[in-house]
Design a protein around this ligand. Structure first.
Ligand code: DGJ
Length: 354
């Protein structure tokens, strides 16, 4: 029997595909992809490598939207290769149409989103009360290094943008703000900001306002997480929260880690490294997360939910060539595991067990 998530995606493909996203490229030139191929160049419908790094996916009205940092070809991270938020649309998560830059970095030097900013890890959520799509990103101001880390906020009235920059804030209750973060929308619509506080690298958790635009109040240190933990990504399963994250080694890969808790504030139970197997394209295994670093978890709806872990294989000298690794998360052993797969499809996954 097909996996429930595959049925959901088949429904999207058959019923909703004709409603192309605004701005979607018309005629695909690349052959349709039928499998995920982690760690290999992933091309969009026009045949170009997907340029959306440190990103995440939003599911909205039958289409998926992939948002990530656009890396400027030919530049290195040290030269500030970050060119804004690039978005793509898909009905099956494998074949993506280019929507272009939905938030460009093109403001004059006196403004925040000017070329040369350090701009990372964009994530989008939909607020059904305000009917706004809210985009969050890591923002280090041009010429100010990485000591003080802001969260930038932009909004749009549709998932394909354009997004309009609203403001930046210092999260975590610290005057130096935060580094990496996860934005997690709970089942009741409450939005949480789980972030690495500067300068002590404690993982902190705060609620956002109902309009999602600013933190609602003080943050708490996530209990049970004692090592410097970056690149957080969260899912909820049977009322329990699961956290996937990395260590703290800049752009270089390190070993992933996983935790679970009955509250986002903890106490978090450490379940160790969820990775198993080796990425044959670079020979790297769990000790270096297949060469990647976590960025997001996509939870697909259905009677037995499927959760997909996203990692970036960062190439700081040539960020445009950074690669994507998407793998299904398994809970068969009672803990989170993310085994390597050379290629896979949603239809071939075994039903998720409760
Ligand atoms: C660690 C973060 O996890 C990455 O996304 C990136 O921001 C690097 N730091 C930059 O050094």
């Amino acid at each position: 029997m097909p996996h429930p998530a595959a049925l959901v995606l088949a429904f999207f493909a058959v019923v909703l595909a004709p409603h192309a996203a605004p701005g979607a490229a018309a005629a695909p030139t690349a052959p349709a992809r039928t499998e995920f191929q982690p760690g290999q160049v992933w091309r969009d419908g026009g045949g170009q490598p997907i340029n959306a790094h440190g990103g995440g996916v939003l599911s909205h009205q039958g289409l998926f939207y992939w948002y990530g940092t656009h890396k400027i070809e030919g530049l290195s991270e040290a030269q500030h290769a970050d060119g804004g938020v690039h978005a793509y649309a898909s009905h099956d998560l494998m074949n993506w149409q280019d929507l272009g830059l939905v938030l460009p970095i093109d403001a004059p030097p006196s403004r925040d989103l000017t070329p040369g900013v350090n701009f990372d890890r964009p994530k989008v959520v939909y607020n059904s009360t305000t009917r706004r799509f809210v985009l969050f990103f890591k923002l280090y101001l041009r010429g100010h290094g990485t000591r003080v880390g802001f969260v930038g906020v932009a909004t749009a009235t549709g998932p394909a943008g354009p997004f309009v920059y609203q403001h930046k804030f210092l999260g975590g209750g610290s005057p130096e703000g935060t580094g990496d973060f996860a934005i997690f929308q709970d089942s009741d619509g409450t939005l949480y900001h789980l972030a690495v506080r500067k300068p002590d690298k404690a993982l902190v958790v705060g609620k956002m306002q109902d309009d999602y635009l600013l933190p609602a109040g003080p943050y708490e240190v996530a209990a049970g997480i004692t090592r410097a933990t970056e690149a957080p990504a969260v899912l909820k399963r049977d009322g329990r929260y699961w956290l996937l994250a990395s260590g703290s080694t800049g752009w270089a890969p390190n070993a992933a880690r996983s935790f679970s808790a009955s509250s986002l504030f903890g106490p978090w139970v450490d379940h160790g490294n969820p990775c198993e197997g080796v990425n044959p394209h670079n020979g790297l295994g769990p000790e270096l997360t297949y060469g990647g670093q976590s960025t997001f978890i996509l939870s697909l709806p259905g009677p037995t939910a499927t959760h997909l872990a996203f990692f970036d294989i960062n190439k700081p000298d040539h960020p445009y060539e950074s690669l994507h690794v998407w793998l299904p998360i398994s809970f068969e052993t009672g803990r989170m595991t993310i085994p390597w797969r050379d290629q896979w499809s949603l239809g071939a996954l075994p039903p998720a067990t409760d």
